[in-house]
Design a binder for this molecule. Sequence first.
Ligand code: G3H
Ligand code: ZN
Length: 279
Amino acid sequence: ATTSLTALLTPAAAAGRGVGAFNVFSLEHAEALVAGAAEAGTPVVLQLSQNAVRYHGSLAPIAVATLALARASAARAVVHLDHATDVDLVHEAVALGVGSVMFDGSELSYEDNVRVTAEVVAHCHARGVDVEAELGEVGGKDGVHAPGVRTRPDEAAAFVAATGVDALAVAVGSSHAMTERSAALDLALVAELRAAVPVPLVLHGSSGVPDDEIVRAVRAGMTKINIATHLNKVFTGAVRAVLDENPALVDSRKYLGPARAAMAAETARLLIMLDGTGS
Ligand code: G3H
Ligand code: ZN
């Protein structure tokens, strides 16, 4: 069943639990994520990035399919628009029924990020949709890794007060699209941000962060843990293994099915790890 992002994140933040937010690139990814969440018995956030929408050519087909899977799931699920810089795409996602959106104004000046994010919040909150924003750019979105960028706690608190966002993505040492899990986070800064910022914090680029460091980050105060590349690696690794074994294979279900199963199993493992962090 679908729920709201704040309904998942607010109690999780209070209890020191993590919530997994994983990216959907194809129908099989969405199926794997809801299967993994049902197996784990935890909630999950199913995210569609603006980049993934550009890949498909339009939002509606993949969003409607993902929403149908989320509504039919035994798990509580939120369908979320990830890394939107296009405000028209935000409006389209809201009209289609997503539970939350991330407006990513991290490349804008502070003043423009506040102004556009506040406009997105006004539009979304009037329609019951939650908003995540980003302050202090988490690198790697364009292939350029900048793990040294940091979000300032005082600026983060002012940004949340000025915009009314429901969750905030912060730069604490991770970087997007890392294929090795080797990033070290600034856990002292996570604790400072947690103390200064009244809404749940979001860790982007978590694929590059080892499991034990993710657990430490959740304990220090991160709540929504975004993972895309790592699960893609699991999915594609399974496709590659099947095709290597069976060079004459033609039926796409014969490699997509095992890839979906592998991704579901890793999804369940990650969700159980994140959910168990509070206890
Ligand atoms: O918004 C999505 C994430 O931040 C995923 O990043 O591919 O490095 O795990 P990742
Ligand atoms: Zn991200």
